[in-house]
Design a protein around this ligand. Structure first.
Ligand SMILES: Nc1nc2c(ncn2[C@@H]2O[C@H](COP(=O)(O)OP(=O)(O)OP(=O)(O)O)[C@@H](O)[C@H]2O)c(=O)[nH]1
Ligand SMILES: [Mg+2]
Length: 353
């Protein structure tokens, strides 16, 4: 018995987000023999995807482990629905895994717009928002900040003004996520074939927004479970279709977003510092007490925020530390793999004698 389940769907590949970027990766033979599908949920040993002929359950193998596949990915499967390969994504959102694990974790792939969700309350934190914005910049994904719970705040416009200062041309919306008309407000980002991901802390209203966009509150039940506080919290990532076109990926609330290999994204968010630094007398200026430091000069003139400089430094340091520890862990894994291979081949050789 094959482990597949095909349901009816009416999506074309273009509506699913397939584009020239993916098509160009297929050979003529693959085009004829293989089926492109888009991953909507990943479990340890299997994934659910959607293709032109509906939902497909795919069993994963050692050659295609779940750790290398993210929600939003495009994959090729053969006519028996066995995974063949994952197509190179056009954007990839990744972080350092939570806890002590020095490994990379995929958040979502092939996202067009990142909705960075926070609330008009104590969750609002500039340093956290800057992290998410740097993540989006690095992945070359557009970011929009959504400030929920504006309906129960007297200072929503103050939060909005603060968020708008974090990056040039940043769009910041204040919303009531529980109001169904919110889907209308978010429509500009939800065109056919477009993919949105919702990120932010637990309880800020990501799933509430997902429900508004998909128009179906029941649809999220299977990915929710009661946590210790009796709240419904999202425990896994999944992609769902938006009422008037496009796709939305809900993610579990993140306690900490740890960036790695994100130097360019970080500099892009703090570009007023980079711009000022270009006028420093010394190319290797640390913007501390060096003579001719244009960054410190801008701070004393009130043209640059000293707290931004501190947050930029902190994020840079962290990014460097995380990038190094992930690179080291990869090297260790590789060396261990080589050692195992050597032991195995020695054993084989000894058997042969
Ligand atoms: N009044 C009001 N309540 C909101 C708003 N957004 C979310 N809520 C409420 O906040 C609570 C948490 O919302 P969720 O959508 O579950 O939050 P989440 O971001 O998905 O949380 P996790 O799944 O734990 O990451 C729910 O009770 C929502 O009804 C809003 O804009 N206004
Ligand atoms: Mg949720």
């Amino acid at each position: 018995m094959r482990n597949i389940d095909i349901a009816i769907s009416n999506y074309s590949l273009a509506e699913l987000g397939f584009s020239a970027h993916f098509l160009s990766q297929l050979s003529l033979e693959e085009l004829e023999l293989l089926i492109p599908i888009r991953v909507i949920e990943v479990q340890r040993d299997r994934l659910t995807a959607i293709g032109e002929s509906g939902h497909v359950d795919v069993l994963l193998t050692a050659a295609n482990p779940s750790g290398d596949i993210a929600v939003g990915d495009w994959m090729l499967i053969d006519s028996d629905h066995r995974p063949v390969r994952t197509l190179s994504p056009k954007s990839s959102l990744r972080r350092r895994a939570a806890g002590t694990d020095a490994s990379a974790q995929l958040i979502a792939n092939n996202v067009d717009t990142l909705f960075v969700v926070t609330s008009c309350n104590a969750d609002f934190n500039e340093a956290r928002l800057e992290r998410y914005l740097a993540l989006a910049k690095e992945a070359e994904v557009d970011a929009v900040v959504l400030l929920t719970k504006a309906d129960i705040s007297d200072t929503a416009s103050e939060f909005q003004a603060k968020a708008e200062k974090l990056m040039e041309h940043l769009i910041v919306l204040t919303l009531n996520a529980t109001d169904p008309t919110v889907a209308e407000e978010l429509k500009p980002w939800c065109g056919s074939g477009q993919t949105i991901a919702l990120v932010g802390s637990s309880g800020v209203g990501k799933t509430t927004l997902l429900n508004a966009l998909t128009g179906d509150s029941l649809a999220t039940q299977d990915i929710r479970e009661d946590d210790a506080k009796g709240r419904h919290t999202t425990t896994s990532r999944s992609m769902r279709s938006i009422i008037n076109g496009g796709w939305v990926i809900d993610t579990p609330g993140m306690r900490a977003l740890r960036l790695f290999d994100n130097a360019e994204g970080i500099d892009a968010v703090f570009d007023e510092i980079i711009e000022a630094a270009a006028s420093c007398r010394f190319a290797d200026c640390l913007h501390q007490n060096e003579p001719g430091c244009a960054v410190q000069a801008a701070i004393s003139q009130g043209a640059l925020d000293a707290e931004r400089l501190e947050r930029w430094r902190k994020l840079q340091r962290e990014d460097m530390y995380n990038s190094e520890s992930i690179a080291e862990a990869r090297k260790r894994d590789k060396q261990f793999g080589k050692m195992v291979n050597k032991v195995m081949s020695d054993k084989q050789r000894n058997k042969g004698h």
